[in-house]
Write a protein that binds this ligand. Structure first.
Ligand SMILES: NC(=O)c1ccc[n+]([C@@H]2O[C@H](COP(=O)([O-])OP(=O)(O)OC[C@H]3O[C@@H](n4cnc5c(N)ncnc54)[C@H](O)[C@@H]3O)[C@@H](O)[C@H]2O)c1
Length: 364
């Protein structure tokens, strides 16, 4: 049995809790949130202890894996502290980290602690994604010519005003980082690595330091070209998150609210219905198979399909897109371009989400 704990009982926690309930071999051990009522709600619902201090939780409860569901810019700090101090495996929500340098540090700590980091990109499990990916990977679609990402979602000012971390460069990032990252990841998963990026970003309809709209053109290593359009300035509601892939042998359009529907599949149009899923919300259904694969790796040694390296790819592309937009030039990924803004230090803001060990809880 693999014992899981939840760190951060906010908006995405429910998907992890449901997945842990559904997966054989997974068991919920405890939940933790700085805000007592949040942890307490899930504690009552699932019959496990609630904590506001993760050090106390990790010293007291039998836990193998901690799901780090805290504000994005805190993922490296929380994950490294938990691996280093308590030797637990980590499931970490997207984005894995805001800076590539932080991922390097996380990799090092995981290696030293002999622990695994499992980055969440649950939409890779969508049926439409799997079908199109297999066809491209096997060569059945021939050469890819053009791939297009289009995310048109609605995040009004109230969304950014909900929590201090939202809409900040140090702990969140904008539409590309928070919402677009799933689709940057899927684009790389379907088409392959990008070598060159040219981008423009803008803050159009909200008062926030980060962008709510971004456009980029890409050249892939394999020769394909790409277009990225990501916005949270669609009004009055979410419209689509889609990816089109145009190839020598035909066309795929993955659409719906989160690439959950197969809108066009010219090799076999009749397969569209069977490879389209109804999602209750934009978070989708992928957390359950994701947690199933975490359990398989821990119990059976079967490598998780989304390794730390796989999880890093979208952050690399994200960094390049921002750097291109910041400098107003085309950038090449071989030069390791990094954003000057995303993940910048803001100790005052980070302090809101730190849990220093209490003297009696410290191990050394
Ligand atoms: N995979 C997805 O589709 C998806 C969807 C939504 C959010 N996310 C990601 O999940 C993460 C959390 O997002 P959210 O929308 O749930 O945020 P949220 O603000 O609703 O929840 C975060 C929670 O973490 C708690 N927290 C922060 N620091 C803590 C600490 N030191 N100890 C205990 N609790 C702490 C906060 O009190 C808060 O309740 C983000 O990185 C976000 O990008 C992923």
């Amino acid at each position: 049995m693999v014992h899981f704990a939840i760190l951060g009982c906010g908006r995405i926690a429910g998907n992890h809790l449901q997945a842990i309930q559904e997966v054989p071999g997974a068991k919920l051990a405890a939940v933790c949130d700085l805000i007592h009522e949040r942890a307490d709600g899930y504690s009552r619902e699932f019959g496990v202890p609630a904590y506001t201090d993760y050090h106390r939780m990790l010293l007291k409860e039998p836990i193998d894996v901690v799901c780090v569901l805290t504000p994005s810019g805190m993922h490296p700090i929380h994950a490294m502290d938990i691996m280093q101090r308590y030797g637990k495996h980590i499931v970490v929500e997207k984005p894995l980290a805001l800076r590539l340098a932080d991922i390097d540090a996380m990799r090092e700590v995981a290696w030293m602690a002999s622990k695994k980091i499992f980055p969440v990109y649950q939409h890779r499990y969508n049926k439409a994604v799997q079908l199109v990916r297999d066809a491209i990977q096997t060569g059945a679609m021939g050469t890819v010519a053009l791939a297009t990402v289009r995310v048109r979602w609605c995040r009004p000012q109230t969304y950014y005003d909900r929590d201090p971390w939202r809409g900040t460069w140090s702990l969140d990032g904008g539409a590309l980082t928070n919402q677009g990252i799933h689709y940057l990841d899927l684009l790389l998963y379907l088409v392959g690595e990008v070598e060159q990026v040219s981008a423009v970003t803008a803050t159009q309809l909200v008062n926030a330091e980060v962008e709510d709209t971004a456009v980029a053109t890409l050249r892939f290593v394999g020769g394909a070209v790409g277009v990225v359009e990501v916005t949270t300035a669609a009004r009055p509601h979410d419209f689509e998150a889609s990816i089109s892939v145009l190839t020598e042998k035909g066309t795929a359009v993955l659409g719906g609210i989160a690439c959950n529907e197969l809108w066009t599949w010219t090799p076999a149009p009749e397969a569209c219905a069977a490879n389209s899923e109804t999602f209750p919300n934009v978070y989708g259904l992928g957390h359950t198979p994701f947690i199933r694969d975490v359990v398989r790796e821990i119990l059976e040694g079967m490598p998780h399909p989304i390794s730390l390296e796989e999880g890093t790819r979208a952050i690399r592309l994200l960094s390049a897109i921002y750097r291109s937009a910041e400098d107003g030039v085309s950038v090449f990924l071989k030069d390791h371009p990094a954003s000057r803004l995303l993940g910048r230090h803001n100790p005052g803001l980070s302090a809101l989400y730190l849990t220093p060990p209490q003297p009696e809880a410290a191990q050394d």
